[in-house]
Design a protein around this ligand. Structure first.
Ligand SMILES: Nc1ncnc2c1ncn2[C@@H]1O[C@H](COP(=O)(O)OP(=O)(O)OP(=O)(O)O)[C@@H](O)[C@H]1O
Ligand SMILES: [Mg+2]
Length: 280
């Protein structure tokens, strides 16, 4: 039986507010100055709070269209937060800053260089004041879950890790905190194709297990179609949502599924859509 903490919404209730909602969101950097620049304009979308499973939403769009801006608005991180106009809501409440309900994996590597893998993964729990033994046990569990070697890798420092290993650490660092929403900004962009397939499979497994809502920014249409159940396509700057489409669940390993004719066809259609948008 599942026990729900008081204060958290009852998932059996039919009236749960959306987990994430953008209502007419515009972000203008340096608003009111002569350097004012509107990065995203009138962004609207709603992600329902579904019982027992989160959606995996891929965000696609040309470079500079505001993908990172949108993720950081959800995360409540400045200077993207707060929005200049409109409202970003998480579970029904306007975002007021960062929170433990949202985890972020940033574009590029962001581990602490002076902390071992174990202490990097345990960092968030340490901030929460969890006793050392308990947090290190949890960290070790997650180091294993993301496919690192608990005995060999825990004591390594980031400079001793490959790119793929570092991204595993970044994912473990975020998921160890069990966020309801996971915000991933091109986490696999710098990886070689084989490692990338492996990481995509890992993400799908962890996502199924965690039941979190995942936003995943990528430049790869293949990656978006494989990982996403839903794809938000943004226009070029100032970004706005121009397509919001549903695609089938990933149900096979990345390498296998991405070779299939129906998959290739979907990728082709989306590529055409994007090219069309860019030509308009
Ligand atoms: N702090 C900031 N101050 C001023 N302009 C900014 C700031 N952050 C981003 N921008 C501008 O806003 C626009 C959107 O940036 P953002 O980083 O959200 O794009 P992106 O879609 O994530 O791009 P990429 O695919 O290259 O990562 C860009 O033109 C960028 O130069
Ligand atoms: Mg970006």
């Amino acid at each position: 039986m599942t026990v729900y903490e008081s204060g958290t919404p009852d998932p059996t209730s039919p009236h749960r507010p959306p987990i994430v909602q953008f209502e007419s969101v515009t972000k203008t950097y340096a608003a009111g100055t002569d350097r004012a620049f509107t990065a995203v304009e009138n962004v609207n979308f709603t992600v329902e709070d579904q019982i027992d499973h989160g959606e995996l939403i891929a965000v696609l769009g040309p470079s500079g269209c505001g993908k990172s801006t949108i993720l950081r608005l959800i995360a409540g991180l400045r200077p993207q937060f707060p929005a200049t106009e409109g409202e970003v809501r998480v579970a029904g409440s306007p975002v007021a800053g960062p929170g433990a309900d949202r985890g972020m994996v940033f574009q590029g590597y962001t581990s602490f260089d002076n902390r071992s893998v174990l202490r990097n993964v345990a960092f968030g729990l340490e901030c929460r004041g969890m006793p050392r033994e308990e947090r290190e046990e949890r960290a070790r569990e997650w180091i294993g879950k993301v496919g690192l070697d608990v005995d060999q890798d825990s004591s390594k420092y980031p400079f001793q890790l490959s790119g793929g290993m570092r991204q595993r650490v970044a994912i473990a660092r975020s998921l160890v905190l069990s966020p309801r929403i996971m915000l991933m900004d091109e986490p696999f962009g710098a990886l070689d194709p084989t490692t990338r397939f492996r990481m995509q499979d890992l993400l799908v497994d962890l996502w199924r297990e965690q039941e979190a809502t995942v936003f995943f920014v990528t430049h790869s249409i293949e990656e978006a179609v494989y990982l996403g159940q839903r794809i938000l396509i943004l226009s070029s700057s100032p970004g706005t949502v121009v397509r919001d489409i549903e695609v089938p669940h990933p149900d096979r390993p990345a390498r296998e599924m991405q070779r299939e004719p129906t998959f290739v066809e979907t990728v082709f259609e989306i590529r055409e859509t994007i090219e069309q948008l860019e030509a308009d």
